[in-house]
Design a protein around this ligand. Sequence first.
Ligand code: NDP
Length: 257
Amino acid sequence: MSDTPYRPPSDLLTDKVILVTGAGDGIGLVAAKTFASHGATVLLLGKTVAKLEALYDDIAATCRSEPGIIPMDLATATVNTVEDLALVLLQRYGRLDGLLHNAAILGDRVPVEYYNIEQWQTVMQANYHAPFLLTRLLMPLLRAAPKASLLFTSSGVGAVPRAYWGAYAASKYALEGFARLLADETDTTSNIRVNIINPGATRTAMRAAAYPGENPASVKPPAQLMPLYLYLMGDDSEADHGFTFNSDLSKQPFNQT
Ligand code: NDP
C-alpha cells in the first residue's frame, strides 16, 4: 500500500461475503458497517446478541445488502458449533470472500505467576484456539471464493510479548505464528491471501480497559483505520500475502520480522 490515502470506490466489496468476528463493538463493529457500506454482505459474529441485532438493523436500514447474525461465544465454541456454522454458510452463501479475525479478550495484566489459570485458558481459547477452529473449518468456503482475504488481528504485544500482558500477549503471539504458518502453506497453492493487521492504539472499550488513565480523545477512532481494512478486504490487495500491516500503512513481510 502506498503512502497516499487509499480511496476505495463505494462499490469496492460488492458481491463479497465477509465474516467479521467481534462485530458487536469497537473496531469490528466499524469494520463490519464499513464493509457493508461498500457493498459486502457481512456476517456478524459476536457474543452479545443485542449488539449484533442493533448493528443488523443499522446496516439493513442504510446499506444495500442484508447482513447475517452469528451468535457465538468464542471462549466456549466447540468443533461441533463451528462445523454447524460452516454447513449453514455453505448452504446459504457457498463461499467466503473475507474472514476478519477481530474478536479478542484482554484479560488481566499481572505477572504470570499470579495469572488466574482459568482466565488464561479462556483468553487462549477466544483469542487463539477459536480463530484456528474457524479458519480450519471455514477453509473450504475460503477456497470456494475467487480471491479470499484472511486477516488476523494482532497487537504490538503479540509481535513482541511484554511483561504483565499475560495470556493476551501469549495468545496474539501464537496467533501470529499460526498466520505465518498458514501463509507459508497457502503461498502459491491457493486463492487465499493471509495477512496480519496491527491496528495500534484505537479508541475502544478494550483500549480504555488497558489504559484507564488515558484520555480517549488522544487515540484515533476506529474509523481512521477503515481505508486500510477496506484495502485488505478488497481486490486491490490481491497481491499482498504474508505481511503485517500497521495503522500508519507500513507493512513488513513475515519472513523479515
Ligand atoms: P473491543 O473490546 O472494543 O471489542 C471486542 C469485540 O470482540 C466485541 O464485539 C466483543 O463482543 C467481541 N468478543 C470478545 N470476546 C468474545 C468472545 N468470547 N466471543 C465472541 N466475541 C467476543 O476490542 P477492540 O475493538 O479494541 O479490539 C479489536 C481487535 O483489535 C482485537 O483483536 C484487539 O486485540 C485488537 N487491538 C486493539 C487495539 C486497541 O487499541 N483497541 C490495539 C491493538 C490490537 P462483546 O461486545 O459482546 O463482548
